[in-house]
Design a protein around this ligand. Structure first.
Ligand code: AMP
Ligand code: ZN
Length: 137
């Protein structure tokens, strides 16, 4: 399969590797939104988190926690955003599951360009929403 993250994760394309084990490789994002912005790439292809085997997800997030902790200690980050975009509608641009680990720097704007904007929608029908989700669990 012609997937760039498969090639990077499996070492066919060389990368600066922050961490590697049998299941994942952690690299720097090529277009970082903050200093140290990293990506966890599973070595097994899955289109997004929604397709990744549930029993292997825990390991991916253990590594996310480990890297986030190391960013606070080693980079002096004040916080970390950990996120996985699933599908184009959610901003996914590479269709191989990956987790962003984005260190945040409260008072160093030169190191941190991430802007997360939120706008409230009209109050939804929470009961109907809950029913629609719960029926599909
Ligand atoms: P997403 O929008 O969640 O799919 O994120 C994809 C991320 O992968 C973006 O932040 C890109 O900057 C990053 N990216 C794309 N190609 C590469 C690459 N060859 N090496 C490292 N990061 C990449
Ligand atoms: Zn892949």
């Amino acid at each position: 399969m012609d997937c760039i993250f498969c090639k990077i994760a499996n070492g066919e394309i060389p990368s600066t590797t922050l961490y590697e084990d049998d299941d994942v490789r952690v690299i720097f994002d090529i277009n970082p939104t903050s200093a140290g912005h990293a990506l966890i790439l599973p070595k097994a292809h899955a289109a997004s988190l929604l397709e990744y085997p549930a029993e292997k997800l825990g390991h991916v997030f253990e590594i996310a926690q480990k890297i986030g902790q190391a960013m606070e200690k080693g980079l002096g980050a004040d916080g970390v955003n950990i996120l996985a975009n699933c599908r184009e509608a959610a901003g996914q641009t590479v269709d191989h599951f990956h987790v962003h680990i984005i260190p945040r720097y409260a008072s160093q704007p030169d190191k941190d360009a991430l802007v997360i904007e939120t706008h409230e929608i009209v109050k939804p029908d929470f009961d109907a929403l809950a029913k629609a989700i719960q029926e599909n669990l």
